[in-house]
Ligand binder design. Structure first.
Ligand code: NAI
Length: 283
């Protein structure tokens, strides 16, 4: 069975990027969100990215049009009835994800693979909301999706080998590099990255240095392309907080306690670049 048609659920920063790379690889892609405005913004962001590719002579105008034509907006989850794979990229919240997976289990044909782009939530628990846990898998893209090569592929307890293989092949077709990991809180990427970001926010909270100084230390001293405070804004402070809470709960160790300053910013709605304001302000 060949994977042909894909639905991406959630048209935010990750979902729109995932939809873009799938459409660029030749797949028909339904881009689904609850809010029409989010789909419009997602499609607009994709068109802008592709225009930049044309300007750099990496793509022709007709290739760009063909990619955009393969992207179909969807506001009805029942549109998933004809797809071979769903990649879910909605908010980092277990209840919301389980609810979507339970609905998809009813809506989609038996062969459909249900993948989640979760940053940290247990795939096994998401899979348990369905009657097909063997067809559920984690497909964790990095931000920004069109640029970053890695996809962490997470095996849930019941994930079937042939499902893993299909997702590994799909990842390569998207021009990405798959890395296999087992289902543990934060997987590999965020188990290592997020405590560093949280520690950087503690460093700011305790007045050790300004945010600019903290970012400079990590960029100039450790050769990181972005400082941790800047990176937290880029990821989304709401997403960072959710991941820290999942690590804290999952391992039960106080070293994962989210910094109170991170909580404060999320409560204020200053959730980073996507909101125009996080630790830094954006146009
Ligand atoms: P975002 O806030 O930009 O987008 C989330 C989208 O989901 C919004 O458009 C929202 O309207 C939509 N949504 C919420 N509930 C929905 C529902 N029930 N049905 C359909 N759409 C719904 O968030 P972002 O950053 O794109 O994150 C999405 C997922 O990707 C999260 O699980 C996050 O942990 C994961 N992720 C995020 C990364 C990042 O750097 N931001 C990196 C890798 C994974």
């Amino acid at each position: 069975m060949k994977l042909k048609k894909i639905m991406v659920i959630g048209a935010g920063q990750m979902g729109s990027g995932i939809a873009q790379v799938c459409a660029q690889a030749g797949f028909d892609v339904l881009l689904h969100d609850l809010e029409k405005d989010r789909i419009d913004r997602g499609l607009h962001a994709i068109a802008k990215n592709l225009t930049r590719q044309v300007e750099k002579n990496r793509m022709t105008e007709s290739e760009k049009s063909a990619v955009l034509e393969r992207l179909i907006p969807s506001m009805d989850l029942h549109d998933a009835g004809g797809v071979d794979i769903v990649i879910e990229a909605v908010v980092e919240n277990m209840d919301v994800k389980r609810d979507i997976f339970a609905q998809l289990d009813e809506i989609t044909p038996d062969h459909t693979i249900l993948a989640s782009n979760t940053s940290s939530l247990p795939i096994t628990e998401i899979a348990a909301a369905t009657d097909r846990p063997e067809n559920v898998i984690g497909m964790h893209f990095m931000n920004p999706v069109p640029v970053m090569k890695l996809v962490e592929i997470i095996r849930g307890l019941a994930t079937a080998d042939d499902v893993y293989k299909k997702i590994e092949d799909l990842t390569k077709m998207l021009g990405k590099i798959p890395v296999e990991v087992n289902d543990f809180p934060g997987f590999v990427s965020n188990r290592i990255l997020m405590p560093m970001i949280n520690e950087a926010i503690y460093t700011l909270y305790e007045g050790v240095a300004t945010k600019e100084a903290i970012d400079d230390v990590m960029k100039l001293g450790m050769n990181h392309p972005m400082g941790p405070i800047e990176l937290a804004d880029f990821i989304g402070l709401d997403t960072c907080l959710s991941i820290m809470e999942i690590l804290h709960e999952g391992f039960g160790d106080d070293k994962y306690r989210p910094c109170p300053l991170l909580r404060k910013y999320v409560k204020a709605g200053w959730v980073g670049k996507k909101a125009g304001r996080g630790f830094y302000t954006y146009e």
